[in-house]
Design a protein around this ligand. Structure first.
Ligand SMILES: C[S@@+](CC[C@H](N)C(=O)[O-])C[C@H]1O[C@@H](n2cnc3c(N)ncnc32)[C@H](O)[C@@H]1O
Length: 238
């Protein structure tokens, strides 16, 4: 009998020993320059898993308003915002090493001293690394949509994770979500509207007009090429 095709996502999701994660670690191919960036620049811009919650003033070497971007991909958005807003600090979390290497190269090239990176599951970063009320903005752009029904439990934007995010966000902090997958946009809207810890910044509720300030990313370009509509959601911590 023919073996079913290997499905790492299903194997991991059904394993009794592993938590359900919003990503599957794949051995990404690092270019030599990305590998060099990881080896030489990580000690300066990377944050390794800490034994206790981070002191972000010590991490960034100053006190400043702070943005967290979850799943920054190759870092286009993070680098662009960090260059535009030198007065703010940016913490990026990504598990895909080639993307981290790519962004590190750009950080060096453009001298972006206000970015720090974590190569770790954002759920653990939020729950274990970050102190309460330490962020004034959280960005989640084009998170993996997990199209199949049996994988929906892997989607990052869920009631439990929003509650965890609320803990680390200061009062009035901004939560900006974007996706090109309409059913996920509906889920985002539903769980955000149901949360007492977030209020929609759009008068009358619903999706926000695309803020011109949001840089276009690789996954937005991909979605647009496929003819997908892009949805933005803009909430504020109550
Ligand atoms: C579809 S890509 C979008 C990347 C980027 N935001 C963009 O718009 O081009 C989603 C990214 O989220 C990352 N990711 C998914 N779950 C994550 C998690 N729990 N912690 C950190 N990164 C995660 C993936 O590795 C992937 O690079």
């Amino acid at each position: 009998m023919k073996e079913p095709a290997a499905d790492p996502a299903r194997d991991e999701a059904t394993s009794r020993h592993r938590p359900i994660r919003s990503f599957v670690r794949r051995a990404g191919r690092l270019t030599p320059s990305q590998a060099r960036a990881l080896a030489t620049l990580w000690p300066r811009f990377g944050i390794d898993p800490p034994a206790a919650p981070l002191d972000l003033d010590a991490v960034f070497g100053r006190t400043a308003p702070r943005t967290l971007e979850i799943g920054f991909g190759n870092g286009e958005n993070l680098a662009e915002l960090a260059a535009r807003h030198p007065e703010r600090d940016y913490l990026g979390v990504e598990v895909h090493d080639p993307g981290v290497g790519h962004l590190l190269q750009r950080i060096e090239r453009e001298n972006l001293g206000n970015i720090r990176l974590a190569r770790h599951d954002a759920v653990e970063v939020v729950n274990q690394w970050l102190p309460p009320a330490s962020l004034d903005e959280v960005l989640i752009f084009f998170p993996d949509p997990w199209h199949k029904k049996r994988h929906h439990k892997r989607r990052l934007v869920q009631p439990g994770f929003l509650a965890q995010l609320a803990r680390v966000m200061a009062p009035r902090a901004r939560l900006h979500l974007a996706t090109d997958w309409a059913p996920y946009a509906e889920q985002m809207l539903e769980v955000s509207e149901a949360s007492a810890e977030f209020e929609n910044t759009v008068a009358g509720g619903g999706y926000a007009p695309r803020p011109e300030t949001r840089p276009v990313t690789k996954f937005e370009r991909r979605g647009l090429k496929l003819g997908h509509e892009v949805f933005d959601l803009l909430y504020r911590r109550t």
